[in-house]
Design a protein around this ligand. Structure first.
Ligand code: GTP
Length: 432
């Protein structure tokens, strides 16, 4: 090794280095050498430190337990590694982390100690700030998660766990897009999310996400990309606010506007809209659709004999029977007092007649403890058949009228006869 290289290296080392003798007596070890980094850290000049003990750096906040462990280690010839608070020449404190190693002579006696030290004040402050940020994010009511550039979760706060049901451990390293995917949003939604992020803009939208338990939740969510100095995306941060209560209130209001309060079926106005949609879809697809009009037979007698409340109970029971008999895509409407309309997208006349007959039998099978049995008359018509949805309803209504005329408790089909007269194709049922 070139002469003087070791001293040059020590004097230029980034870490503070101090060499002492091995006098562990009351006076303490004396400083024999310290490098410029040590002087910068302590605020003393090398001349001021020579012959001093490192104890001059200790003060009121220096942990005595650490010093005791240091002395025990050094006395036993073991290296020491620890952290403590020391004081500069100007009295200001700093956090120091150091390793002190004993130096042995040929006889195995400790002659010196060399200590390599680092001021870790800023590091500890950064760690403290990081812990504070974590606490603050956990205390925030909004759900927050942060991903890396590959969209794998690196952090999620407590509100995220509460909202989504995924604890940090469940989601760390995973892609939230896959976990939270609800299937509610279409490709355009994700495309605009992607292009917003690529343009460096924050994407804000009402998201419907899926919880760990499979249920859906609604939130106002923003997703922003974070960039490094070179403009490369390093992370994504997502902040979401639970808006489930607003959505529930909106749905409740919508239900109030669309649903009949006694039966919870669609009311007349919402039913007319459903019918229009059904008719328009059939015109586009070229498929048929069918309409069933159903009316409770001799219902006035129920009211007269048992009172209005019993009549209401019968209407609600028939409504429930109708709802249970149809597909989720069908619309069951309380068309009038004891009159119901069912719109059946994609269903031709034969299938609608079969359904109407099943409904007739199911209602006739029901028994109310007070009123006993009631029956239904049903008229069935198929659309679009060139007309409007109002024409289809009219034809179903005429078929219903025919069912009443023919003795009630029966299904009559509108055969769309060229002369416009409805035809009866259902088997005769026992009249009421
Ligand atoms: N309890 C109750 N009765 C209702 C309601 N809406 C209409 N009604 C009654 O339903 C009865 C319908 O009677 P009508 O139209 O004469 O017909 P019906 O007695 O059922 O005889 P058909 O239809 O010819 O078999 C009337 O007495 C109405 O007051 C309601 O919401 N609750």
């Amino acid at each position: 090794m070139p002469a003087g290289l070791l001293e040059t290296a020590l004097s230029q080392a980034y870490n503070a280095i101090v060499l002492t003798d091995a006098d562990l007596g009351a006076g303490g070890c004396k400083i024999l050498y310290c490098n410029p980094a040590f002087c910068r850290m302590t605020g003393y000049t090398a001349a001021e430190l020579m012959g001093q003990t490192p104890r001059i750096l200790q003060g009121p906040l220096t942990d005595p337990a650490v010093l005791q462990r240091l002395r025990a280690c050094l006395a036993s010839g073991q290296p020491f590694e620890g952290r403590a608070i020391n004081y500069r020449k100007d009295g200001s404190s700093y956090h120091v982390e150091w390793i002190t190693s004993p130096i042995f002579n040929d006889l195995g006696q400790i002659t010196h100690y060399i200590s390599i030290q680092q001021d870790i004040t800023q590091l500890l402050q950064a760690q403290k700030m990081q812990a504070l940020m974590g606490l603050a994010l956990d205390a925030a009511p909004s759900s927050v998660f942060i991903t890396d550039a590959q969209q794998r979760v690196m952090y999620a706060n407590r509100a995220f766990a509460a909202l989504s049901g995924y604890a940090q451990a469940d989601i760390l390293g995973k892609k939230p897009g896959q976990l939270l995917h609800s299937g509610v949003h279409d490709a355009d939604f994700y495309q605009s999310l992607q292009s917003s992020l690529e343009r460096g803009q924050t994407f804000k939208a009402a998201f419907t996400n899926r919880r760990k338990d499979g249920s859906l939740y609604h939130c106002e969510q923003s997703v922003a990309a974070l960039h490094d100095a070179a403009g490369q995306t390093t992370h994504y941060v997502s902040v979401a606010t639970d808006v489930g209560h607003f959505v529930a209130r909106e749905q409740a209001l919508q239900n109030l506007a669309c649903r009949d309060p006694l039966t919870s079926l669609l009311n007349r106005r919402a039913g007319e809209e459903a019918l229009q949609r059904c008719h328009a879809a059939a015109q586009v697809s070229g498929q048929a659709y069918a309409v069933i009009m159903a009316d409770i037979d001799r219902f006035k007698r129920v009211n007269d004999l048992h009172g209005h409340a019993a009549g209401d109970r019968i209407i609600a029971a028939v409504a429930q029977q109708l709802s249970q008999s149809v597909r989720s895509t069908d619309a069951v409407v309380r068309w009038g007092g004891e009159e119901f309309l069912i719109a059946l997208p994609g269903l031709g006349l034969p299938a609608a007649l079969e359904l109407a007959e099943r409904i007739r039998l199911a209602v006739a099978d029901c028994h109310d403890a007070e009123v006993g049995r009631v029956t239904l008359s049903l008229g069935v018509a198929a659309g679009p058949a060139g007309g409007t949805e109002i024409d289809t309803v009219k034809r179903a209504d005429q078929a219903l009228y025919a069912a009443k005329q023919q003795g009630r408790n029966r299904v009559v089909a509108d055969c769309a006869a060229p002369d416009g007269r409805p035809g009866n194709i259902s088997g005769p049922a026992s009249p009421t």
